[in-house]
Ligand binder design. Structure first.
Ligand SMILES: Nc1ncnc2c1ncn2[C@@H]1O[C@H](COP(=O)(O)OP(=O)(O)OP(=O)(O)O)[C@@H](O)[C@H]1O
Length: 746
């Protein structure tokens, strides 16, 4: 019965071995189909977002309400898709997959991977290329040698007893066949050796790329850094570099050799075997390529989705780790874990989908290839049956056809993987194409530092059209002046300093240092003249010594210690176990706010700039320390033009000029005395006066106009007492009047 079934299904009668062979093939095919079916089932199941549920214990003590969490997760899970759609749209708009765009990436990759600097690396580069050409010649010639051996066998005569006789020539053929086979099979060894020799070429290319990209990112303006996600820039740079090297390598050592193999084989079949064979190959390659394009497209879409999800999940995780303090403040550890879990679930879901799609989509590739072999074999068998060819040509045909299998298969995987890399290069391009918003004009000269006179000429600036900035700012101060900038929060005080430091350029008007428009000189030269102590001094994750010395890398240890003494932090540092070698932690997290500020001040002391910008530089200090530092700063700022932004009026009351900013405009200007006096004369109207009264303990919330004359006079009269309460030095008269020291332009 089994015999009959066998005949029924396969029409074959044969020995047991044959049946086992065919049986195992059928079983394998059946299993393959089953796997395919399972894959389709899994593919539909993986849409379930609960795939990666963590143990419930992780959810205990959860502070966030479930509804809030769900909203978060929904946003998390859906946003990559949304982003992807955006990506796809923009990709279509910009023609990310268009010919021009691909060509651009290809040219970029080839250019970047070429070691243009060093001669010996260039030699290695071309040696590697030469070896590849040699390999192709060997690969092409190996089956020809087989053919010659087979022909030689069939031409061999017979001895008198009927046994075959091998001539000397035949032996040579066999030897050369073995040698070629060795070379062909072990060409991988050759490739590995080439890779070792060529690794300095890749390293050189990678390092020079890294430095170029790093330099580019550092050259970008503040705006880029504020908008960029710091956790994403470096990974994009790194994966972009890897992709550039990979693309160049694939092009030169996978695609080009494969094209050579195919062209040579095609030419061989066409001319040595006849056009029909050539046509079969051409048609099959065409079908293969069309199919491959579809498969690749589909694969890339899945991969894009996967990579967008993965980078979003990891950047959120990085963000939460960097902001560990905020997480702790709100006991949101579990919330963060859940958020990350949702991200990972999306990530593994997409990874699984990509893997399954890969396996499923590989099947048609194999089928097309088998179809090609079948048609070719049938053609060859027909010609043998017709007596047009001898039986040995069948073997030759099969061997030559097999030669085509590898390169065509290479096209299959190389194109899909290279497209994935194009995607990484595209992200790299987005960074490389970012232009600094603040640029030096061509051939800009450096700022020539003379005195440090500063002038704002009707300066206006907006961060964006819908965001108010500052407008009509005009004033002029001579060298050595101290300018206090006060005003409500968000009024534009820091913006003024940022414009002076050229973190942005004004949208109207000019800023002049010593009569030179700072937008017409190099940014570096401007910044070299200016020392800044920002609101929140951030430190590098190094030692205290390194962080202070960062202001002037050539400074000696003694100079660094002197600067620390001037900033009143030396004694503090000496109480630390490792003194100046104490590590400050990430962004200086291991130090107090006041310590960080004093390190910031020490840096400026060490830098010795001609202009100093203090943006709430002493806000984190207690009054006594602030007073000490003010004294130290007055030594540092002597003969240096200094801008002091402060909410605590005691910090600026000695200034030669106080600018009171409101809604981005200067609403009042003068010395402390002048501003108070003017307000009193105006019936208590004045922003500065209002702030002063609030800070001096007169809790004036009502409108100044409601304050009577007597009251104003009493405020002015009591000023010295109040000052001395806040700071013993404050009751002293300011050094000069505004008229004496500043020429204020209305
Ligand atoms: N990089 C930026 N992009 C967009 N808007 C910004 C940016 N930096 C500041 N702003 C906005 O510009 C306005 C002025 O900010 P600025 O920092 O100059 O205020 P400030 O007077 O120094 O405030 P504070 O006293 O609180 O430090 C604010 O409304 C702020 O939101």
């Amino acid at each position: 019965m089994i015999e009959n079934l066998w005949k029924f299904f396969f029409g074959i009668t044969g020995d047991v071995l044959q049946r086992v062979l065919i049986g195992s093939l059928v079983l394998r095919f059946g299993l393959l189909c089953l796997m395919g079916l399972l894959s389709v089932v899994i593919l539909s199941e993986i849409l379930d977002p609960t795939l990666l549920h963590l143990p419930a214990s992780l959810l205990k003590d959860h502070m966030a309400s479930p509804s809030k969490m769900n909203v978060e997760f929904a946003a998390m899970d859906s946003s990559p898709d949304t982003k992807d759609d955006g990506d796809k749209d923009s990709a279509e708009k910009t023609g990310m997959h268009g010919f021009k765009s691909i060509l651009r990436k290809v040219v970029f990759s080839l250019r970047m991977s070429y070691p243009s600097g060093k001669r010996w690396l260039k030699v290695l580069y071309f040696v590697k290329f030469g070896i590849m050409i040699l390999e192709r010649a060997i690969v092409f010639y190996a089956p020809m040698q087989t053919e010659r051996v087979i022909r030689a066998f069939s031409q061999t005569g017979q001895a008198t007893d009927g046994s075959p006789v091998l001539s000397k020539f035949d032996m040579a053929s066999i030897v050369s066949y073995v040698v070629y086979d060795y070379l062909k099979r072990y060409s991988n060894v050759l490739t590995a050796l080439t890779a070792v020799v060529a690794s300095p070429v890749d390293d050189y290319a990678r390092n020079s790329m890294t430095l170029r990209f790093f330099e580019h990112v550092h050259g970008l303006s503040m705006e880029y850094h504020l908008n960029a996600k710091s956790g994403e820039t470096m990974p994009v740079l790194r994966s972009g570099e890897d992709s550039v090297i990979y693309i160049a390598d694939m092009l030169l050592y996978q695609i080009l050799p494969s094209i050579l193999d195919v062209v040579l084989s095609l030419a061989y079949f066409w001319f040595a075997w006849g056009w029909k064979y050539g046509l079969v190959i051409v048609v099959n390659i065409a079908i293969y390529m069309v199919m491959n394009k579809y498969i690749t497209r589909r694969r890339i879409d899945t991969w894009n989705d996967f990579s967008a999800n993965s980078s979003k999940a990891s950047s959120r995780a990085t963000d939460s780790l960097q902001n560990f303090e905020t997480v702790k403040h709100f006991t949101n550890e579990v919330f963060e874990v859940d958020r990350y879990r949702a991200g990972l679930a999306g990530y593994s879901k997409r990874s699984l989908r990509a893997t399954i799609e890969d396996s499923l989509l590989m099947m048609p590739r194999g089928l097309i290839w088998s179809w090609n072999l079948f048609i070719g074999c049938a053609l060859c068998a027909t010609e043998i049956a017709q007596g047009k060819r001898d039986a040995s040509s069948f073997m030759t045909f099969v061997l030559h056809s097999k030669q085509l299998e590898d390169p065509i298969d290479t096209f299959g995987w190389v194109f899909s993987s290279i497209e994935r890399e194009f995607n990484c290069v595209e992200k790299l391009f987005n960074i490389l194409e970012a232009e600094p918003t603040v640029k030096d004009i061509p051939n800009a000269p450096p700022l020539v530092s003379k005195n440090g006179d500063i002038e704002f000429e009707d300066v206006g600036f907006q961060y964006s059209p819908d965001k108010k900035g500052i407008s009509n700012i005009s004033f002029k101060v001579p060298q050595g002046s101290t300018v206090g900038i006060v005003g409500p929060t968000g009024s534009g005080k820091s913006t003024l300093l940022k414009l002076m430091f050229r973190l942005w350029d004004p949208t109207s008007g000019r800023i002049l240092i010593d009569g030179q428009d700072i937008s017409k000189v190099t940014q570096t030269s401007v910044r070299q003249q200016i020392g800044v102590v920002p609101q929140d001094t951030t430190l590098l994750d190094e030692s205290i010594l390194y962080n202070i010395g960062y202001a002037r890398p050539s400074a000696t240890r003694a100079e660094i210690e002197d600067a620390a003494k001037a900033a009143h932090i030396h004694d503090n540092i000496m109480t630390f176990e490792n003194g100046y070698d104490t590590s400050v932690g990430e962004r200086g997290a291991k130090l107090s706010g006041g310590e960080r500020q004093r390190i910031g001040i020490a840096r400026v002391v060490l830098k010795r700039p001609s202009i100093i910008l203090l943006d709430e530089a002493t806000s984190a200090l207690d009054s006594a320390t602030e007073s000490d530092i003010q004294k130290a700063l007055s030594a540092v700022t002597e003969n240096r033009t200094t801008f002091v932004v402060a909410h605590r009026l005691s910090t600026v009351m000695h200034a030669d000029l106080i600018l009171c900013i409101k809604d981005g405009r200067i609403v009042e200007r003068g010395t402390h005395e002048e501003l108070i006096q003017t307000a009193v004369e105006n019936g208590g109207k004045g922003e500065y006066y209002k702030m002063w009264r609030i800070q001096s303990g007169e809790n004036v919330i009502s409108s100044p106009s409601s304050v009577g004359d007597d009251e104003h006079n009493s405020v002015l009269a009591m000023t010295p007492d109040v000052l001395s309460k806040v700071d013993p030095d404050m009751s002293t008269t300011p050094k000069k009047s505004a008229e004496e020291t500043t020429k204020v332009e209305e």
